[in-house]
Every structure is written in C-alpha cells, then in structure tokens.
Design a protein around this ligand. Structure first.
Ligand SMILES: NC(=O)c1ccc[n+]([C@@H]2O[C@H](COP(=O)([O-])OP(=O)(O)OC[C@H]3O[C@@H](n4cnc5c(N)ncnc54)[C@H](O)[C@@H]3O)[C@@H](O)[C@H]2O)c1
Length: 419
C-alpha cells in the first residue's frame, strides 16, 4: 500500500515510516519541522541527537536501499495539502502532524489558540483533500486516550449504549479533555466522525495512550534515532523520570501521583498503526480504537523507574511537587481495549525492559541531557493564564518567539538552521 504519514519527522512518525517500509509499504511523508522549532522555543532539546530530515532519508536509502517520498510543507496551507493528495493518491493516510503538547497549549492565550487552530485546520484540510482526490483512502487519525478524561465509569472504544428516560441509543462516549490540546483532539475527532458520515470516508480514530521508548527493531543505526523529549513541556512523565534518575535528581510524580493513564511501547504503537493501515474499515465507517497495553499510576512509573535505576547502581529518590495541572489525583480508571487484539495485536514489550533500554540509550547522551536539566521542573501551571515569561525565561533569547494565531504564519515551511 502507499501510505502518507503526516508528521513523519516526529517521535512516532519517523519510526512508523521505518516500520511500514520494512513491511513492504510505500511511504510518503509531510512535515514542516515545527516540533523541532518549538522544543527549542522552550529552551529544550531532544536527548537523542536527531539527524536533519534529508540525512535521515539518505541513511534509509543507504541502509535499506528503499526510498521515502517527502513533501516539506504545512497542513495549514490547503493548496499544499490538496497538491500532495492529488499527486500522491495514497491508499492510507496516518495523520500525526498536530501540536501534541498539553503544557505547550497551556502557556498562554497565543499557544492555546495556535494549538486549536492548527490541529483543527490541518485535519479539516486533509478531510477536504481526501474527499476531492482519494475518497476511497483510509484516514488513520491519531487521537489520544486523554480525550476521555477520567470518568468514574468504564471507558468503551468510542461509543456506548445508553438508556435515558426509557429510550436507548448507541452514542459517542462523552469526552472531557484536560488541556486546550486535549480539547483540540476532542474537536477534531468530531470533525472526522462527521466527514465520514456526510462523505462516506473510512476512518480509524486511534485513542492512543502515552508512548514510551527510544527504539524499534528498525532503528538499527544512530542516524535512524527518533527524538526523545524530557523537558516539562514536551517530555512525558516517564521520560522525565528516567532522565531525573540518570542525573541524580529526585523523581517527581506531580501531586499525589495516583493519576492513572494507559501506556504502550513505541514498537507496539507502530504495530497497532500498521494493523490499522492493513485492515481498513468499509466506506463510511468511523471507528474508534483505544490503543494502549497497560494502565499505570504515575507513582507506579516512578517506582519502576527507581527499581531499574537501582539495578544500574543509581539510588534515586521520589518526591511529590504540587501538581501544576488541573486533574484528579486519585480516580477510577478502566478503559476497554479489545479491537486491536481482535485483529491480531499482541504486546511485544514490557515496561521495565523498555526502561532498561532507555537508560542504556540515554547514558550515551549524558552531556546533552545535563545541558538541559533546568527544563525539567514544571513552570507551566494550568491555573495561570500567562506562563510565557516563566517558560521563555529558560530559553536562549534568540529562539524566543510568540506563536501567532493563523496557521500558515504559525508554521513557516522554512527549515530552521538546526535541521
Ligand atoms: N507521543 C505520544 O505519547 C502520543 C500519545 C497520544 C497521542 N499522540 C498523538 O500522536 C501524534 C504524533 O505525536 P508525536 O509524539 O509523534 O509528536 P511530534 O511532535 O514528535 O510529531 C509531530 C510531527 O508533526 C509535525 N507537524 C506538526 N504540525 C504540523 C503541520 N501543521 N504541518 C506539517 N507538519 C506538522 C511536527 O513538525 C512533528 O515532526 C500527535 O497527533 C499526538 O497528539 C502522541
């Protein structure tokens, strides 16, 4: 199949491209490199040194003899999206290219608006261009388990049967985002569902849990490494915990640390997305999959990290700073995940094993991590309307830019010098 991966330069987009290629698919990508730029905006950097995109493709060609097609551009530019879909006519589109950081969206009004405008505009542009040029293609839209929030009942895969005042219906399960970012994902889930209904498009909306890991079997060379963020804005809790242990800092679950979420390994996220690509739904069907392997509380992540650190001779301590977010610190959490196993998905990696691998990888980049240790502690607070000076106070002044609300201007297509 020919698969278009939007966000091919990102943490998950790059290993997905490698995985699909290895499975015999043709891969074409889109990216505007905005994540690279925005991580620098908050003074941070990937722990792993990632190659400029042209060098990544060159390395793939040299190592595998295979070619990845690429279009540099912004999903906020409809002419660009229209041109790519018209010329490439993909069988499947895996849409990953969105602003994906909850804390980034909570920095201030500009970051909130940028997040919602970009995420909704990019998705709508893809939907319209699909309708025009590839109505038979399958859209795999990356959502997040965070769209559901933490309701006090079981979370189904997208829809649930409900009886209300004597009548029954199968309805979308209520969504309760926990940041402007999460609400942007809720809104564009609604847009994908609506487009499937009115235009007969086929779509899989993947509610993905938090992805962890530095490696997949296809990352066989340092030139193929994917990014690994560990600062408070772009890094996930687990990434921060491993880096804290490595640097001899306390591991810091926010608040009580009993917040529970679903998690899965990078390699298994790739497996799930490949299964989605290879098993499209019928025309007009909008289906929702919950994609994770296991639920952990943040405290459990901290304790497992501490145990693995101890194996490496590091005596890490655990501390609980106040939670900068607005979230339940203790709650019921029981999401269902049955659709993927029914299609043959099997978990291939366990968390402690992957944490060992992350430790081994990151140790080689200790100097890079040391240089950014000041970006780990939380300064973005959900209750504060303007966190800009706190965040940007950490960045070198030359990289400080306030994003603007229009998508085209917010994501210039020029490649920054770091690439
Ligand atoms: N990583 C996770 O744990 C996780 C969990 C749940 C959901 N997700 C979702 O998965 C998707 C991919 O996440 P990721 O971790 O790979 O993020 P990422 O930021 O590393 O990758 C996204 C890529 O898309 C590009 N991009 C963003 N906006 C663009 C635009 N308007 N035009 C062109 N390119 C653009 C970025 O430059 C980046 O390379 C996101 O939609 C995210 O919300 C990620």
């Amino acid at each position: 199949m020919k698969v278009l991966v939007t966000g091919i330069d990102g943490y998950t987009g790059w290993p997905l491209a490698l995985h699909l290629l290895a499975r015999g698919h043709d891969v074409v990508g889109i990216d505007n490199f905005v994540t690279r730029r925005r991580v620098k905006e908050v003074g941070a950097d990937s722990a792993t040194p990632i190659k400029p995109f042209p060098k990544r493709i060159e390395a793939v060609r040299e190592l595998t003899g295979k070619t990845i097609g690429f279009h540099k551009g912004d999903l906020g530019d409809y002419e660009f999206v229209d041109r790519v879909l018209r010329s490439e006519k993909p069988d499947a589109i895996v849409h990953l290219a969105e602003q994906r950081s909850a804390p980034y969206s909570m920095i201030d009004v500009h970051h909130a608006v940028t997040t919602q405008v970009e995420n909704l505009t990019g998705t709508l542009h893809i939907l319209y261009a699909m309708r025009e040029h590839t109505p038979e293609a399958h859209l795999i839209k990356m959502g997040t388990m965070g769209e559901y929030g933490t309701p006090n009942i079981e979370i189904p895969e997208g829809f649930f049967e409900i009886e209300y005042k004597g009548r029954k219906d199968l309805l979308p399960f209520p969504r309760q985002g926990g940041s402007w970012y999460h609400w942007s994902k809720v809104f564009d889930s609604g847009d994908v569902m609506f487009a499937s209904k009115i235009w007969g498009l086929r779509a899989t909306d993947v509610m993905q849990g938090v992805v962890y890991g530095t490696r997949t079997p296809e990352i066989t060379d340092n030139r193929l490494l994917t990014r690994f963020d560990f600062d408070e804005v772009w890094g996930t809790a687990l990434n921060r915990f491993v880096v804290q242990a490595l640097l001899g800092l306390p591991i810091t679950p926010y608040g009580a640390g009993e917040q529970r979420r679903g998690f899965l390994a990078l390699e298994d996220s790739m497996q799930s997305l490949r299964i989605a690509v290879e098993s499209p739904p019928p025309a007009g069907e909008y289906r929702v999959w919950n994609q994770f392997d296991e639920e952990y509380s943040v405290n459990q992540l901290a304790e497992i990290t501490q145990t693995v650190a101890a194996e490496k001779g590091i005596a890490a301590t655990i501390e609980h700073p106040p939670d900068p977010r607005h979230e339940a610190e203790r709650h019921f959490y029981h999401p269902i995940h049955e659709a993927l196993p029914a299609l043959g998905y099997r978990r291939s990696r366990e968390l402690p094993e992957v944490i060992r691998e992350i430790f081994a990888d990151l140790r080689r980049y200790r100097r890079r991590i040391e240089a950014k240790r000041h970006t780990i502690a939380p300064v973005v607070r959900w209750a504060t309307g303007d966190n800009r000076s706190a965040v940007h106070g950490r960045a070198p002044t030359s990289t400080v830019t306030a994003p603007v609300a229009t998508p085209a201007a917010a994501s210039p297509t020029g490649v920054p010098s770091s690439e």
